[in-house]
Design a protein around this ligand. Structure first.
Ligand SMILES: [Ca+2]
Ligand SMILES: [Ca+2]
Ligand SMILES: [Zn+2]
Length: 503
């Protein structure tokens, strides 16, 4: 079994920050014991006398910021300066406890002689103008809604070149989204460096799903007239793409405004929206951080209607190792499958089991793989025991693709007595899954959803193995129930499997 350690989610973010920073101190302080005690900011640079790279230059360093945290540790930020200008990129931090003891020194501890080799010949105004120009902007056209276009402008020393530069931070929302830091040589006026600070422009949009309902979705703004189905705002990123059958490539689903309601966007909206629903569930109910428990992004690709040019994939959806793909449905057997939460949950649970149990997709272990996906599809969409009912046979009401409660209604066995021995479908993985599906149904009815989902999650993350048989699954869930709820509930789980002939 692979095990993955993760931080307990109950910790508040403040506690977490504290924990990490304390740990960082413990790790980075390789027994550097400084003699210097520091009781006020003007003493902070004195410890540099004990640091090889800084001892020649300690007098040039001045404290530019200081904070004291909730543990009483004070963090001084120092920068070297010459002629009253700071080399901001050479900053060093000195971390001092309540008693003035230096715990750690971090940052750039390779000092250097900072005597600028150029003069200040251009004005700040000229520097700003040149910076805007380099970004294709002018003072007249640049707009930053709700803020200043020029966020900061400082005359600093570029320590790399020993030149004085104007460092200008620019933010615009039109004519395009921009966030850049531009360095302009103070003598020549030339732009010598530009840092693009744009990470992502997260915003909230509206999407219309396969069944017509509108839902709030997290999207990414590229410009005033370009938005895409990328969610950078959530702890897990969700990227949703559209497949191009001709070029066999896919690209982000985009719109010119925040409302994604074109006909061909509906499958994408639901794939995007439900993927987040699924991993919100795994996080909130089981503390799992994405399918791999490492927070990996979720990539969904819609409009995948053929595989290898011949296979009709319209009525299919699949997890393919690092992304989930969806056909558009033929609109008679199936609407676009991403339109059903339980279908999306089924596929993305395959991703979870691949990273936990990694069932061999053959025979009983393969049927357990399918059944686990159906079972978690129920946990996510617990209003009925049907699978895919929201998109299955739009012309017929009340049916589904499979049923946990009544597998035989959809051609699946619900007891070992009727186990189907076949070479097709990897040994009938989509047929024989009816047996563990019925056991799951029995478990849910006997114990309730809240206990059942904990037992199943514990089973797949701690006890089940890739080669598990139905009997192994029974033992795994009985053990998980014993751990979590004791012998009486474990006995009910055992009976749930007895009832389907797994003894
Ligand atoms: Ca359902
Ligand atoms: Ca139907
Ligand atoms: Zn499946």
């Amino acid at each position: 079994m692979k095990t993955t350690k993760f931080l307990p989610i109950a910790l508040s973010s403040i506690a977490l920050t504290t924990m990490i920073s304390t740990e960082a101190f413990a790790k980075q302080d390789h027994g550097n014991h400084y003699g210097q005690r520091i009781h006020k900011s003007s003493e902070a640079n004195l410890v540099f006398k004990e640091i090889k790279g800084l001892q020649k230059f300690y007098k040039h360093y001045k404290v530019v910021d200081q904070t004291t945290d909730e543990l009483g540790i004070t963090h001084y930020t120092l920068q070297p300066n010459a002629n009253g200008k700071f080399a901001v990129d050479k900053e060093v931090k000195v971390h001092v406890d309540k008693d003035g003891k230096v715990l750690l020194v971090t940052g750039d501890t390779k000092g250097k002689d900072l005597t600028p080799t150029n003069t200040v010949s251009i004005s700040e105004l000229t520097a700003v103008s040149n910076a805007l120009d380099s970004l294709g902007l002018t003072e007249k056209t640049a707009v930053n809604i709700g803020g200043k276009v020029v966020k900061s402008k400082d005359l600093i020393i570029d320590a790399k070149t020993n030149k004085q530069v104007y460092r200008i931070e620019i933010i615009t929302t039109s004519p395009k989204i921009n966030h850049a830091v531009v360095d302009v040589d103070a003598q020549t006026g030339h732009v010598v460096n530009t840092q693009n600070k744009i990470k992502h422009t997260a915003t909230t949009g509206l999407g219309q799903g396969v069944l017509g309902a509108y839902k709030s979705i997290n999207i990414n703004q590229l410009s005033a007239t370009s938005y895409e189905l990328k969610d950078y705002a959530s702890p897990i990123n969700y990227f949703t793409y559209g497949y191009n059958e001709t070029t066999k490539t896919f690209s982000p689903v985009k719109d010119t405004d925040k409302t994604f309601n074109a006909a061909d966007q509906k499958p994408a909206v639901d794939a995007h929206y439900y993927a987040k629903r699924v991993f919100d569930y795994y996080k909130n109910t089981h503390g799992r951080n994405s399918y791999d428990n490492l927070g990996s992004k979720i990539v969904s690709v819609v409009h995948v209607n053929t595989l290898n040019t011949t296979n009709d994939n319209r009525n299919n959806a699949a997890w393919i190792g690092d992304k989930v793909i969806y056909g558009d449905g033929d609109n008679s057997t199936l609407l676009a499958p991403s339109g059903a939460l339980d279908v999306v949950a089924h596929e993305l649970t395959h991703a979870v089991t691949e990273k936990s149990v990694n069932f061999t997709y053959q025979g009983q272990s393969g049927a357990l793989d399918e059944s686990t996906s159906d079972t978690f599809a129920f946990f996510l969409d617990p209003s009925d025991y049907l699978i895919a009912e929201d998109v299955y046979t739009p012309g017929t009401a009340g049916d589904g693709l499979r049923s946990l409660q009544a597998p035989t209604k959809y051609g699946q066995p619900d007891n070992m007595a009727n186990y189907v021995n076949t070479a097709a479908d990897y040994g009938g993985v989509h047929v024989n899954s009816g047996i563990p599906n019925k056991a799951a149904y029995n478990t849910i009815v006997a114990l309730g959803k809240a206990k059942a989902e904990k037992i199943y999650y514990r089973g797949i993350t701690n006890y089940l193995t890739s080669n598990a048989t139905f009997l192994d699954a029974k033992k795994a869930y009985v053990q998980a129930a014993t751990d979590l709820y004791g012998a009486a509930d474990a006995a009910l789980v055992s009976q749930a499997w007895d009832a389907v002939g797994v003894k």
